[in-house]
Design a protein around this ligand. Sequence first.
Ligand code: COA
Length: 349
Amino acid sequence: MTRRAAVLAGLGGWIPPMRVTNEDLAAQLDTTDEWITSRTGIRQRFVVGPGVSTSDIAVEAGRRALDSAGVSAVGLVVLATSTPDHPCPATAPEVASRLGLGEVPAFDVAAVCTGFVYALATAAGMVDTGIATSALVIGADTFSTILDPRDRTTRAIFGDGAGAVVLRAGERGERGALLGFDLGSDGTLADLITMPAGGSEQRSSELAADESDFYLSMRGRPVFRHAVTRMSETSLRLADRIGWPAPEIDRLVAHQANIRILTAVGGELGLPADRIVANLDRVGNTVAASIPLALVDAVGSGELTAGHRVLLCGFGGGLTWGAVGLEFPELPVQPLPGLATRVLSTRTK
Ligand code: COA
């Protein structure tokens, strides 16, 4: 008997319309387009405007994934986000309702930039075991809402966005079946990427000693080092677990944090540059949305096609990391909307 598996059946993404270029940042902060491009590979990112929240962009991405799958109902919604609309309740139930999905189970998963891989594993497990027959898995974050406007490092890196997939119950031998996961974490390094205040430890009801505690703080250098090591290790473990020799991976779709990280991980896996998907130049690091947005872009450009052996790999705050492999299915995918839309004027006098 063929083993039951969760199968990728739909894919969609959304980025908000307001574009912030490196030049926009250079007009406000002590940075240059040259520095940002050469150190990160990022040229622009998109941000939500006032009044637009994570649920808004999650709904847009979710709708596109449902369209791609050709379905109007699913049995489960899992939203990966570290910037929920509110600390309480979770954002997923509201997203499910706004998508007209009825009273389905819906909850958030918080694993920062690894959130999408964790959410995918959670949903796949529920589909594998028959708890749900299908699932909408969304990765959506609006990190622009938690960045210190004076911080040239984080503002250069992070952008907002949402990406989503539909999973259906199927069989392991089918194209699109999620073949296995590798997941991990190291909480001893929690302080490398953190927003210290606003939780139960340093409460938002008390005035923080330092207002910067309400902004994201990141120690770039060690994060870079751990990203390369952990993404390489988790990818190699996963490839071994599902019986793929690493050099036979057709496309590595890894978390889009820094082009130098992607190149280094590709090198560790023995993959040439043309097998490493990168769209961070146009959207920046979109946190939980980064992997599905890279998938949408790669399918749209023809870089990723049905039959490719694809390894998805995430790394982020926590620290957390994870990988999943699949043979990519045929999917209709709408291109990302805003890549050539209006520019947000962020220039100060
Ligand atoms: N423009 C100009 N200079 C900048 C800058 C910017 N946007 N951001 C940082 N710098 C400066 C630093 O202040 C530092 O100056 P100093 O030497 O006077 O102190 C200098 O550049 C070097 O900083 P460093 O952090 O060592 O640079 P780096 O080459 O490591 O690049 C990152 C910085 C953040 C781009 C890089 O460390 C990185 O990508 N880290 C991983 C980030 C990431 O992936 N986060 C998400 C993980 S999920």
